[in-house]
Design a protein around this ligand. Structure first.
Ligand SMILES: CC(C)(COP(=O)(O)OP(=O)(O)OC[C@H]1O[C@@H](n2cnc3c(N)ncnc32)[C@H](O)[C@@H]1OP(=O)(O)O)[C@@H](O)C(=O)NCCC(=O)NCCS
Length: 165
């Protein structure tokens, strides 16, 4: 919700210890890759303590064919509330919501020990590449429906906001 904007900014700023991700969320809100239903907050006693965002991305094949997907980024839980399962609940709820909305897949650049437990696997399994140089194990994807990444290969194109913060 628009009224959650300041609290979501604070959660991202505090979790990351800098404001780049918080500013990124605000920029993404204004762009055409933003999906209000996929900007999700975790509340505890009426206070926003966590946030996860999924935005629209494209996977572009070498032949120039475009498939749509989602990027999970960023996600944040206030430091004092971390390691209590709130982040996991946000990922699980977000993936379920994305599936309900009909999205075929989600891509994440993140910690290799965290995301596999939700079903993410190295995106290289499907021939999906990041637009920058990162290790194979941290660039992951998940199918939200059977065959969601079948015949989808290529390079991920992030919303331009990602390169402006
Ligand atoms: C990543 C984050 C959202 C997880 O939220 P959370 O509520 O602590 O997550 P959960 O309680 O569901 O899971 C915690 C587990 O994830 C692991 N974990 C959390 N952050 C991790 C990280 N950055 N790298 C590796 N593992 C991490 C912890 O080891 C923990 O496992 P353990 O308790 O068995 O040791 C939170 O730690 C955070 O806000 N971090 C700072 C911002 C960030 O790095 N965001 C992710 C990149 S977009």
């Amino acid at each position: 919700m628009e009224s959650d904007k300041p609290a979501v900014y604070a959660v991202n700023k505090n979790a990351f210890g800098q404001d780049a991700e918080a500013r990124l969320v605000d920029l993404l809100r204004e762009g055409n890759t933003f999906i209000p239903d996929l900007s999700i907050v975790a509340e505890l006693d009426g206070e926003i303590v966590g946030h996860i965002l999924f935005t629209r991305i494209k996977i572009v094949s070498e032949a120039g064919e475009e498939k749509h997907s989602l990027a999970l980024a960023p996600m944040a839980v206030l430091p004092e509330f971390q390691r209590q399962g709130i982040g996991s609940k946000l990922v699980e709820y977000g993936l379920a919501k994305a599936k309900e909305l009909g999205f075929p897949s989600v891509i994440v650049l993140g910690h290799e020990a965290y995301y596999p437990k939700f079903g993410f696997q190295p995106a290289s399994k499907w021939g999906i590449k990041p637009p920058f140089d990162v290790s194979d194990s941290v660039f992951m994807a998940i199918e939200l429906k059977v065959g969601g990444l079948e015949a989808v290969s290529g390079t991920v194109e992030y919303p331009q906001e990602f390169s402006s913060v």
